[in-house]
Ligand binder design. Structure first.
Ligand SMILES: [Zn+2]
Length: 297
């Protein structure tokens, strides 16, 4: 059993009972409080010691209240949960760990209702934890898309349709790639939230998500001009300035985009009250972006 002060290096091959609990009893012993949970996360995140993201050195951080870690060299503040699904959570880490235990040991899946009853949290806390865990559990190293692939951006959120490519609008840009299957139908889908629709964002997305070689179907947007430099064959569908309906030229992207918008609407007007932390139509764009970052890792 580890105390929160023990430094347990997580080796490439994890050992049950040492690096993670085998039984519920071991789980309870390993994670008695938030400090133990945070120490465990630190070991997972920085197995070779705390690494300051600001000045890029490995050092021993100062531990402050509420999980804050301060770099003694540059005074940069961070925490072990920054940038993870636990970022800025108000739910105790022990509750998150408990939820993680039940989620990974439940034989037939775990509903938010069951989790609410098991942990004694509110339904909303249970639902949020499950949602975030599910996003995180999508395999990180998935096979890249292949075959003909449609790529286009879509605008999500906001109230009305914005200007050119979302620049200066209150919406968020999501770039979508869909495998186009012949003679009919679609394959797998990849999405990413991007700050703007420039080639600087579009090219890395295509390179990350699509194996080199296939035909990439895009519209005439200049952000895709460098596709050939990365080994792709671009097939351009130039929309008339009046704007052909997107479903004519990019049926896959169009369908995914509609589903995404409906899903976000359902997510926020169904299970979370519209006025809560992720309002859909806020003049402040941040909540929408945060939501998309959670939904589209
Ligand atoms: Zn630093």
């Amino acid at each position: 059993m580890k105390s929160s002060n023990d430094k347990v290096a997580i080796q490439p091959s994890l050992v049950a009972g040492r690096d993670y609990p085998r039984t519920y009893r071991e789980f309870v012993e390993m994670f008695p409080d938030d400090e133990a949970c945070a120490a465990y996360l630190e070991q997972l995140r920085w197995p070779n010691g705390f690494f300051c993201p600001a000045c890029q050195i490995t050092t021993e951080p100062w531990h402050q209240t509420r999980g804050r870690l301060v770099c003694p060299s540059c005074r940069h503040q961070t925490s072990v949960t920054t940038g993870t699904i636990l970022d800025k959570t108000r739910t105790p880490l022990t509750t998150w760990f408990e939820a993680g235990w039940h989620l990974t040991t439940a034989k037939n899946g775990l509903s938010a209702k069951t989790l609410e009853r098991t942990l004694g949290t509110s339904y909303r806390v249970a639902w949020t934890m499950l949602q975030r865990y599910r996003v995180a559990m999508v395999r990180a190293e998935r096979e890249p898309l292949s075959g003909d692939v449609e790529v286009d951006e879509t605008l999500v959120g906001g109230v009305k349709k914005g200007g050119k490519r979302g620049r200066g609008t209150s919406k968020c840009i999501v770039v979508i790639a869909v495998e186009a299957r012949e003679p009919k139908g679609f394959g797998r889908v990849r999405m990413r939230y991007i700050p703007d629709a420039s080639g600087e964002n579009l090219m890395p997305f295509v390179c990350d998500m699509v194996i080199p070689g296939p035909v990439v179907l895009t519209d005439g947007w200049g952000g895709y001009n460098d596709l050939h430099k990365h080994g792709y064959t671009r097939k351009k569908t130039v929309l008339s300035s009046s704007g052909d309906p997107a479903h004519v030229s990019m049926p896959g992207v169009h369908r995914v985009s509609s589903l995404l918008k409906r899903w976000i609407l359902g997510t926020h007007q169904g299970s979370i009250e519209p006025s809560s932390r992720y309002p859909l139509t806020s003049p402040n764009r941040e909540p929408i972006k945060k939501t998309l970052t959670v939904l589209i890792p």
